[in-house]
Design a protein around this ligand. Structure first.
Ligand code: 5GP
Length: 124
């Protein structure tokens, strides 16, 4: 997937669109999802231009990858999710319904999130 710098998260990083920021470090930014799917729903993005998980893990530096995951873990603790549990989701490409072409991790929690997929029952 080629990086398109007109995507919404690129505009947030550029300061062209607002976000409800929760935390950041030198390589990553965390903010509330605009359409929360759970009581806690954060989006964590790298500050570098990576279109998806595949692009990020193939091309980011070790410092970016480590710093990104450190922020994810810190955000889970900040939101007090580490004891009751939380779910991390990243969608890569069309079969996963990725809608914003800048790599992002969803951090979901604050209630029982149920099974892994909505369609779980149809696959068994
Ligand atoms: P995807 O479907 O690509 O994995 O997730 C994209 C996420 O970005 C969705 O959960 C959607 O609600 C969120 N989103 C889309 N536009 C905006 C926006 O302008 N601001 C914020 N904070 N989240 C957004």
């Amino acid at each position: 997937m080629v990086y398109d710098n007109t995507n919404i998260f690129a505009k947030i990083l550029a300061g062209e669109l607002p976000c409800n920021k929760v935390g950041e470090n030198s390589v990553a930014l965390a903010f509330h999802d605009i359409y929360p799917a759970a009581p806690v729903h954060l989006i964590i993005i790298p500050k570098g231009s990576y279109s998806s998980y595949d692009d990020f893990t193939a091309h980011a530096t070790d410092a970016e990858i480590i710093g990104f995951h450190q922020l994810v873990q810190q955000m889970a603790r900040l939101m007090k999710l580490q004891d009751e549990g939380y779910r991390l989701i990243t969608n890569h490409g069309k079969n996963a319904s990725q809608t914003v072409a800048h790599f992002h991790m969803h951090l979901l929690g604050g209630k029982n999130l149920g099974g892994l997929l909505q369609e779980d029952m149809h696959l068994r």
